[in-house]
Design a protein around this ligand. Structure first.
Ligand SMILES: [Zn+2]
Length: 453
């Protein structure tokens, strides 16, 4: 948990928080000494050769005097030039770190504009969670960064608390559509390439930054209204899309009612031509594999799950990875809420169903600190969701949903910890909730199934 300064800084939505500590789950990711306030990425990508040429301009403020500082950048990319505040500087790039030595030391409070020119054949980063980051597809490319793949395609301070606004200029071969986070503010065709510029105003964690490139059909599911909903899909997919993905507009409305206003200007569901092991969330959009779009309703729960991440994970972001249940437990509970809302199994029935599975295969650690090897395990998702169900049964529906809406409002675009949630929940009841937190978050053994008091 970073110090008081970091907590204070996270109240200002346009600035990322200062990381005064690295995350013990990912000690090699993130950097100390400065706070990023903006990323400008200018990326050209050739699909046939998987060749990327980029210029990243990182604007930051030093919170301590800096003779040297570092950014995360994968070794598969080669750095051609680095400048700080307009002057070329010395650098060294190895073991996933770009170490930069400014000509003159930067004083505490000093501004930094770091420009990095780089390029190469991007490829995913190997991690204990498999390969993550930039990935070539059969006919395009995607980025699936979570948790530490962002440096596979741009230099960054790769820490979830280091949120910042982004501007992404992506230029690629004209037959392809390139989607990035935020609003598309300009499209310019030049020769055989098309340049698109996206402006992501709401601060974004680096793991949620993403580019998707493919030969997609663009569908508008809802234009105007509160939340425009779009889809990018292979043209051949046709009606198969409508079955599992046809109720997204209704889903956005239901979640807005339950969780509060949708936090971003629009939402897009991308379906790639390739099969994907799991769908993944990015800020403002989600990406599914063609295997998740098979003309049935079987994968609709995943559509609900990824959409719910826009509130839980993308807008309200865990400051440290050990609090991942604040993303996955909430998104999983949203699946059950959608099931009930759409006439399927009730949330209580879903909770009972998955509780029985947890009895058979309980997790080896606590939900509050699952450890890096367990943080993406299914039990974290399910136990996290049942924790919310226990809280809902204790508070009653009125107070429970008021708490959830207050949570997404109070911490919109900010970073949070489990302690923030526990503290906020306590203001919604006169009853002590300590037993729920102790049993569900801090005890390894699975508690009894929750009942209404
Ligand atoms: Zn998820």
């Amino acid at each position: 948990m970073p110090g008081r300064l970091a907590k204070k800084a996270s109240h200002t939505p346009t600035l990322s928080a200062a990381s005064h500590e690295l995350d013990p789950y990912l000690p090699d990711s993130g950097n100390l000494g400065y706070r990023v306030s903006r990323y400008d990425l200018d990326i050209e990508y050739r699909v046939d050769s998987n060749r990327l040429a980029g210029t990243a301009t990182v604007t930051a403020t030093a919170y301590q005097p800096l003779r040297k500082f570092s950014l995360d950048l994968a070794d598969s990319l080669r750095v051609q030039r680095v400048s700080v505040n307009g002057r070329r500087v010395r650098y060294a790039h190895r073991s996933g770190k770009l170490a930069v030595t400014p000509t003159d030391a930067i004083p505490a409070g000093g501004a930094l504009t770091v420009e990095v020119r780089y390029g190469g054949n991007p490829r995913p980063v190997r991690s204990r969670w498999g390969t993550v980051g930039w990935e070539e597809l059969e006919n395009g490319a995607l980025c699936a960064n979570q948790p530490n793949g962002a440096p596979s395609w741009f230099p960054c301070d790769d820490h979830p608390e280091a949120k910042a606004p982004f501007r992404i200029r992506i230029t690629t071969d004209s037959p392809y559509f390139a989607l990035a986070n935020g609003r598309l503010i300009s499209t310019r065709r030049r020769a055989a390439m098309t340049e698109r510029v996206y402006e992501q105003v709401e601060p974004m964690a680096t793991y949620l930054a993403s580019i998707q490139i493919g030969q997609y059909e663009h569908r508008v599911l809802a234009e105007g209204g509160d939340v425009p909903v779009h889809a990018l899909l292979p043209a051949a997919l046709g009606e198969a899309f409508d079955a599992g993905f046809g109720r997204q507009v209704e889903m956005v409305e239901a979640f807005t009612e339950m969780f509060g206003p949708y936090p971003f200007p629009a939402y897009t569901a991308v379906v790639t031509e390739d099969p994907l092991d799991i769908p993944l969330e990015a800020q403002g959009f989600s990406t599914f594999g063609v295997n998740h779009c098979d003309g049935t309703l079987d994968h609709e729960r995943l559509v609900a799950h990824e959409l719910a991440h826009q509130w839980f994970g993308n807008s309200v972001t865990a400051a440290r990875w050990r609090d991942i249940w604040l993303h996955e437990g909430f998104a999983c509970y949203a699946e059950w809420l959608w099931s009930q809302h759409s006439g399927g199994r009730s949330a209580d029935e879903c909770a009972r169903h998955y509780y029985a599975k947890l009895v058979a295969e309980p997790g080896p650690t606590t939900l509050a600190d699952p450890g890096p090897d367990e943080m993406f395990s299914d039990w974290v998702y399910k136990r996290g969701a049942i924790t919310l169900h226990a809280l809902r049964l204790r508070l009653g529906d009125g107070d429970f949903f008021a708490l959830i809406r207050r949570w997404t409002e109070k911490y919109a675009y900010r970073c949070v910890t489990t302690e923030d949630f526990v503290a906020l929940a306590s203001t919604f009841t006169r009853e002590p909730l300590g037993d729920i937190w102790q049993d569900w978050l801090h005890t390894v053994d699975l508690p009894a199934f929750p009942t209404m008091r």
